[in-house]
Ligand binder design. Structure first.
Ligand code: F6P
Length: 357
């Protein structure tokens, strides 16, 4: 058996761990692994790929990014605008299929987020032997309790907050940290709690500047002269506006800029000196944490197991400390969001964190 693997969408710590898992497990079965470069684009004639042998994966577990390259634009984009779905054109699918057939690929492992898995689902419906592996730092995919990359991103947020804390305390300032996560607040919530944030603003909980300012004034009165605020890039302003940058090539909306807006408003409402900092792609880069290395590796091994069983159209999934699989259709087009009244938010509030509401 010959299997293919590609990484699609944004890079994410742990992608190389998946490749490590796939190549190792496939090698045990005597299978050949073809790694397609730059996502689905590598499938287009004449094909851009490499044969992956175990010695090619030595030392890659600790590397961020992906040795295969990836892209979140190009011919196979299915997510446009604010989440609208497009189909990959039939002639593109046909060209890519020719490469699959010429190489004799019996299973194609697609490692990607919501958009890439939507493409995977279309290909499955058109008869391709696809297996999905969920990937995103945002941790917003349905049907899996966790995606690799999330823990690494959270660690970067925590490191950022630890650093901002010292400046906030020394200067008696409000420091605002803007973090990624798109329309889900997982990175902000986990990173904020673990990093000791005083205020956490997430897309799932509408916030009021007046309430945050009142909270900060109460802190002042209580002798706490600095405040750390974490805001998720996808948290809408109180008026409902999403703060965005320009649209990227795939047409998907780029979020960013809310940190500065929050800082400006809080400074004017509290009279306290306020600064904002955007972590940006630092959250996506660098070495994966041990959790993400292990999760990625296990996902890769499970993907090979699914290929051996012929369980196509499924996505590897992590549930209750166990790696299993679910139909891709259960995982896409439905974001897994933070529950506004869930246990985690309640716990944050119980320790005195202001969620802006
Ligand atoms: O989905 C992962 C993510 O890092 C988001 O958190 C962020 O909004 C987006 O990708 C950034 O994408 P790009 O790398 O295209 O700027």
């Amino acid at each position: 058996m010959k299997i293919g693997i590609l990484n699609s969408g944004g890079d994410c710590p742990g992608l190389n761990a998946v490749i490590h898992g796939v190549v190792g497990a496939a090698n045990q079965r005597g299978w050949e692994v073809i790694g397609f470069r730059d996502g689905f684009e590598g499938l287009l004639p004449p094909g851009d790929y490499t044969v992956l042998k175990p010695h090619d994966t030595i030392g890659i577990l600790k590397l961020g990014g992906t040795i295969l390259g990836t892209t979140n634009k190009g011919h196979f984009t299915t997510k446009i605008g604010k989440g609208d779905i497009a189909e990959v054109p039939a002639e593109i699918v046909a060209k890519a299929k020719r490469t699959m057939d010429q190489l004799g690929i019996g299973a194609l492992i697609i490692v990607g987020g919501d958009g890439s898995l939507t493409t995977a689902l279309q290909l499955y419906h058109e008869g391709w032997p696809v297996i999905g592996v969920p990937k995103t730092i945002d941790n917003d995919l349905s049907a899996t309790a966790m995606t690799f990359g999330f823990d690494s991103a959270v660690s970067t947020v925590v490191d950022g907050l630890d650093r901002l804390h010292t400046t906030a305390a020394s200067h008696k300032r409000i420091m605002v940290l803007e973090v990624m996560g798109r329309h889900a607040g997982w990175i902000a919530l986990w990173g904020g709690i673990a990093g000791g944030a005083d205020v956490i603003l997430i897309p799932e909980i509408p916030f009021s500047f007046e309430k945050i300012a009142a909270f900060i004034k109460r802190r002042e009165a209580g002798g706490h002269h600095s405040t750390l605020v974490v805001v998720a890039e996808g948290a809408p302003m109180p008026e409902g506006e999403l703060v965005t940058l320009d649209a990227n090539c795939s047409g998907e909306v780029r979020l960013g800029g809310i940190g500065e807006r929050v800082a400006t408003r809080l400074q004017s409402l509290t009279g306290k000196e306020t600064r904002s900092c955007t972590l940006g792609h630092l959250q996506r880069g660098g070495a994966p944490t041990s959790l993400d290395r292990i999760l990625g590796m296990r996902f890769g091994v499970m993907a090979v197991n699914l290929a051996a069983e012929g369980t196509f159209g499924h996505m590897v999934s992590y549930q209750a400390y166990h790696v299993d699989s679910v139909p891709i259709s259960e995982a896409v087009n439905q974001l897994r969001l933070v529950q506004a009244d869930g246990e985690l938010v309640q716990a944050a509030k119980a320790v005195g964190i202001c969620m802006g509401d």
